[in-house]
Design a protein around this ligand. Sequence first.
Ligand code: UFG
Length: 330
Amino acid sequence: MNSHNTLICVIGGAGYIGSHMVALLQANGYSVVVIDDLSTGFLTSIPKVLFEQGSILDKEFLADFFTRYNIGAVFHFASSIQVGESVSNPRKYYKNNLIGTISLLDQMVESKVSKLIFSSTAAIFGSPDYTPIDELHPRRPLSPYGRSKLFVEEILADYETAYNLRSVSLRYFNAAGASPCGQLGERHFPETHLIPLLLQCAANRSPSFSIFGNDYDTADGTCVRDYIHVEDLCRAHLLSLSYLDKDNPSAAFNLGTGVGHSVSEVVSAVEDVTRSKLNIQIKPRRPGDPASLVADGKKANLALGWMPTRVDLKEIIAHAWAWEQKHPWI
Ligand code: UFG
């Protein structure tokens, strides 16, 4: 069934990527209801939309929600996302990302909701054997965070076979940027991500920035990542919904631009965009950081017709910078 005629549920719609997704769904004529427990998301980030505060770990809340709303498809963004924290506190990751998601899947089966777009991650691959990383690359996550996402991907295959719950797992590489209109952007507490931390430094909200390791086996010794604009990521979700609407089987796609940038390159790009000279320090490597993660997006291009459109790193940073300057209180 065409999802335009149904209500779309966005779980984690108060978060960074989820809030951009809600805006894109609405701009494309979809009716949306957001679930968020507001543990890390912000009420002010949610565009004007139906909203229910609650947790996917709360089975009574979920049962009540799916009884009250006739949902056609679920976008599931809610999860704990810090790789380092997942190593020191794996319980939190298996509880929120694994048990929470199983609880959601079970309620979807119960309520006969059969389409899911799931937020997965490049962290399922661990240290790559080769780049760009395609979907055939072995999956050997290095952290409980990556494992929690990989386990869900595997569970989803079983749920399709047994219950006909079809899903698309989207493995984000490094989500970055903000909506060009400046209304939505990245906001984490505590912030651990490269670009927002650099921008906070450029805005004089922190005195210095630390590069975690300059002795990697990369061109300049710093880690290489594939920074993908948040709006390009969200378009891939929209196309994934159309893919499921056409009765296609479950699938998983790697989402990135196919081009890697080193941490030092990102620092220079931020200095250019913000016209500032940052106080940069070199610190030891951060545990669990692979040297290089770059996506091969061909499968998503072939199956979904997806192609990233905002691939210029400085444009991505400029959007994030506009958001940062508009929201100095964050
Ligand atoms: N970095 C620094 N200093 C900092 C912060 C980051 O040098 O203060 C470096 C990191 O070492 C890494 C790069 O900048 O090399 C990017 O780091 P981020 O923390 O911004 O992003 P990650 O690549 O660690 O993680 C992101 C998502 C995760 C996801 C992962 C998949 O945030 O949720 O990509 O690889 F699991």
